[in-house]
Design a protein around this ligand. Structure first.
Ligand code: PEP
Ligand code: MG
Length: 918
């Protein structure tokens, strides 16, 4: 006999200490349904959850695949589940004496707060209302519930789910709301609660008439029809505009569908012995292990969320300035509070994580309505993870996975006081290039920034974009705001290196009046000297001066505990990109294990750069070798001093010193005074100097005379730098210090360039050994891989390199053909249209650029198995990119000092997710 195929199970019941499903079934039951089942049915919980059932996400996918119809067996399964609910509650759906009312709520695999619809009080009609009045003894309460149902049903089921576009933009909810307001106005009532039962009764009839008139249908009196209507509307809301938009942003697949939960109603608004509330098992704001929450007496859940009345604290701990006049639940209903307290403890112990819970007390009986993992800020995340580990609630790996690497930013930088940010309107949005908060007075030029700052003013530098000439002003400014540029534009890169707050590509503002004011899209005008506040973590601009909260990481014990765990687990090294001894000290403080990129040219920008810059300029405009060597001899002592100080700070950790890279024209002065000074120094006329400067002009400097090409054209430039590095190293070693420099050649595309430069290095090495009486000087010689050809020819490149460091800024620029400074102009559209999923300058494009990196690493190591491989582009501080680098077997990542902790945590998580064989 052929065995009949068992019908699929579409309905899962819960309640009365039992449940068909459990927490592990989120894909099928949605987060809410799975957690309700767990709370109701798990032997160690069995909490008082109002009984109900969940229609699975498979019903939703069926619904959309079959022209909004349901599987045949659904009706019978649902009816059975309803009977179970009736037994557990002792009530009956549609009964005139003791009617059961239900709520219909959505619940996707991942929470989509407020994006889908809800219908409450389903089952109320002209007959059942009599039973509700009798049971509750409160006609006002019953009619209020009825009018709420009619309003919600009309809005969600009869209008939205039907796809009706309201005439003149005024939806049915608004029209019905106006009727309620009319009564209040006519009677002079201040609150909804002042409206009497009789008035509500009249209102209910008016609601029904309006619905018929506006939508052309009757509000259904049949409870079963109400139930199916509401279920269909919630499934439809999965495809609503809001939900679609949210899924796009959060990258939630459309195919998932939502589950629908049908649950017995309990009422927190049945009088003063009823209430409803939301609470957390630990404080989500600071992570403290204290029960924290709010509640409202005589109210429904929706009232807490909507902020209509100010809720009171659940306990004395949750009291604050605004709420101290209220009575806590702990005081008002001590024994129910105790019960709630014990449930929340059980829930946290069971889920081994902080829970966000919703509860209702109906006439002295406590019900648990929902629980889920609670959202928390970075500070709280670190504290909870480390404390739960210490409490032995979770193991080390779980603790490390609990903190999002980017959440650490909140612990490292000052930020806008979250309370102030909640109430202040945003005037413009841009790309969040440098995290943290900052406030100051607006200036529009680097010179003004320097001048104002020297007078003790805190300033924010606002520019269309920045260039190396602005560095001084950028340094002096509290924060930088640019209207153009992308995440690796000059402003972004420099600011991040300093851990400075920065917003770039802020097209919402326009600088006008020859740079004396800017106007935001919304019309707000900010003049020079006006105060603004930036949230660089989110890319938000605010008018005026807002309070900031300062953070000292050394004082954060939880952070230190977390980092100790990080170091036990991670398998890839983390270095910092640092240009000065001060940067190096910061890097060490954040736990860097070396410097992966020391950009030599940085000594020519900003404070103290006047003299070395003059020497560099002399070298650039030199015509003869003699002139050049003279200039280089002068420059030598600056380079040596700078390199030496940084090597010294790093105490034996490797320091990768990159030979000069930027296009020379960047350093040529443009103002007359500086040109005159230069001509004088060189002993040449202005017209000769002008001709020489003109000759340096390039049409495409990013692909021009830069990097190793300089060292090939002018070997003496390489020689000077290498000599400085070897001499500095020798002197430190003679002081008994452990020193390890790595000489890195930038912008290479063929091994012949490396061979060419290596000859110079070898010769200078010998000379310095002799001069300094050193038998040997430790060092490595290697190259950046930042031109696609270099990656493709990695096998050959490795023949003349001890290490590779992937320069993913240029590698991305040159592989995509996207200018790193101009991507801001078209990237938003690319992201909007889903042509790209992410900014490739922010996170490694793993399927494209990642292939080049993987290929280059493998080929290089085939030639030289011990080849050291790292990354020093901005991606070195992006958690997903760090994980990628770990997976492909790199030795280290290097990023700006302020991102070192983030990269360390990402590295530890990578080692947990895909451990390397030791
Ligand atoms: C790179 O190109 O990735 C790099 C680190 O070098 P720079 O940003 O200085 O060009
Ligand atoms: Mg580069």
């Amino acid at each position: 006999m052929v065995k009949e195929k068992k019908a699929a199970k579409y309905v899962y019941s819960f309640g009365g200490g039992k449940a068909d499903g459990n927490e592990s079934m989120k894909n099928l039951l949605g987060g809410k349904g799975a957690n309700l089942a767990e709370m109701a049915g798990h032997p160690s919980l069995r909490l008082p959850v109002p009984p109900g059932f969940t229609l699975t996400t498979e019903v939703c996918t069926y619904y959309y695949a079959h022209k909004k119809t349901y599987p045949k067996v659904l009706k019978i399964q649902m009816e059975k589940a309803l009977v179970k609910m009736e037994k557990l509650t002792g009530k009956k759906f549609g009964d005139k004496q003791n009617p059961l009312l239900v709520s219909i709520r959505s619940g996707a695999r991942r929470s989509m707060p407020g994006m889908m619809e809800t219908v409450l009080n389903v089952g109320l009609n002209e007959t059942t209302i009599k039973g509700i009045i009798q049971q509750s003894g409160d006609a006002r309460f019953a009619y209020d519930a009825y009018r709420r149902l009619i309003m919600m049903y009309a809005d969600v089921v009869l209008e939205k789910a039907e796809g009706i576009e309201p005439k003149g933009g005024k939806g049915i909810r608004k029209l019905l709301d106006e009727k309620l307001e009319n009564i209040k106005h006519k009677q002079g009532y201040a609150h909804d609660t002042d409206i009497t039962a009789d008035e509500l009764k009249v209102l209910v009839n008016e609601y029904k008439k309006t619905i018929k008139k506006v939508l052309g249908v009757d509000f259904p009196d049949d409870p079963m029809q109400q139930l199916w209507g509401a279920v269909g509307a919630v499934f439809s809301s999965w495809n609503g505009k809001r939900a679609n938009e949210y899924r796009r942003i959060e990258k939630i697949p459309h195919e998932w569908g939502t589950a629908v939960n049908v649950q017995a109603m309990v009422f927190g608004n049945m009088g003063d012995d009823s209430c409803t509330g939301v609470a957390f098992t630990r404080n989500p704001g600071n992570g403290q292990n204290k029960f924290y929450g709010e509640y409202l007496v005589n109210a429904q859940g929706e009232d807490v969320v909507a902020g209509i009345r100010t809720p009171a604290p659940v306990n004395e701990y949750s009291m604050n300035e605004q709420s101290k006049q209220f009575t806590s639940l702990e005081k008002l209903m001590p024994s129910l509070y105790k019960e709630l307290f014990s449930y929340q403890r059980r829930l946290e112990k069971h889920y081994k994580d902080m829970q966000d819970i919703e509860f209702t007390i109906e006439k002295g009986t406590l019900y648990m309505l929902q629980c889920r993992v609670g959202k928390r800020n970075g500070i709280a995340a670190v504290r909870m993870a480390t404390e739960m580990y210490k409490e032995k609630l979770i193991d080390m790996k779980t603790a490390l996975m609990r903190v999002g690497p980017n959440q650490l930013v909140e612990l490292l930088l000052p930020m806008i006081d979250p309370k102030a940010e909640l109430i202040q309107p945003v005037i413009a949005r841009g790309l969040p290039a440098g995290p943290g908060g900052a406030k100051g007075r607006v200036v529009f030029t680097s010179e003004d920034a320097v001048e104002w700052a020297s007078k003790g003013e805190k300033v924010i530098l606002v520019r269309e974009e920045t260039s190396p000439e602005d560095v001084d002003g950028m340094h002096k400014a509290e924060a930088i705001l640019t209207t153009k540029g992308g995440m690796t534009s000059h402003a972004a890169l420099v600011a991040r290196g300093w851990g400075k707050c920065c917003i770039v590509g802020c097209a919402d503002i326009e600088i006008r009046s020859e740079g004396k004011l800017f106007e935001a899209k919304n019309g707000v005008i900010i003049k020079e000297g006006d105060c603004i506040t930036l949230n660089g973590t989110k890319g938000l601009v605010f008018e005026g001066s807002m309070p900031l909260v300062d953070i000292d990481i050394e004082k954060n014990k939880s952070y230190k505990d977390l980092m100790k765990l990080v170091d036990k687990v991670k398998q890839i090294g983390v270095r910092a990109n640092a240009e000065t001894p001060a940067d190096a000290i910061t890097a060490m403080k954040f736990g860097a294990e070396g410097i992966g990129l020391f950009r030599t040219e940085h000594m020519f920008y900003g404070e103290g750069s006047e003299d070395p810059l003059l020497q560099l300029r002399k070298m650039i405009v030199s015509k003869t070798e003699k002139e050049r060597i003279n200039a280089l001899n002068d420059l030598f002592r600056y380079v040596k001093k700078d390199v030496k100080a940084t090597l010294d700070v790093m105490k034996g950790f490797p320091v990768t010193i990159r030979l000069l890279d930027p296009p020379l024209h960047e350093f040529v002065p443009h103002d007359k005074e500086k040109l005159q000074q230069l001509g004088k120094e060189l002993g040449i006329s202005m017209s000769v100097l002008r001709r020489r400067v003109l000759a340096l002009h390039e049409n495409n400097p990013m692909l021009g005379h830069r990097g190793v090409r300089l060292g090939v054209s002018y070997p003496e430039i390489t020689e000077m730098q290498v000599r400085a590095i070897f001499e500095a190293t020798s002197e430190l070693i003679k002081q008994g210090k452990k020193i390890l420099p790595e000489i890195m050649v930038p912008v290479t595309c063929t091994v012949n360039e490396l061979v060419h430069q290596r000859k110079i290095v070898d010769r200078v090495y010998k000379e310095v050994c002799e001069k300094m009486h050193m038998k040997k000087i430790p060092y490595l010689y290697g190259t950046m891989i930042e031109i696609p050809r270099a990656a493709l020819k990695a096998a050959q490149m490795a023949e003349s390199a001890d290490f590779f460091s992937f320069g993913t800024n240029d590698l991305t620029q040159m592989s995509f053909g996207f200018s790193r400074d101009d991507i801001g102009g078209f990237l938003p559209k690319y992201l909007d249209e889903k042509i790209l999923t992410d900014d490739p300058f922010q996170t490694i494009d793993q399927e494209g650029i990642g292939e080049l990196i993987k290929f280059g690493t493998e080929r290089g190591r085939k030639t030289k198995p011990n080849l050291k491989v790292g990354i020093c582009g901005e991606h070195g501080g992006d958690p997903e990119s760090v994980k990628f680098c770990h997976r492909i077997g790199m030795n280290y990542v290097s990023c700006s000092a302020f991102r070192v902790p983030i990269a360390r945590l990402a590295a530890a998580q990578a080692a947990i997710e895909s451990p390397r064989r030791k």
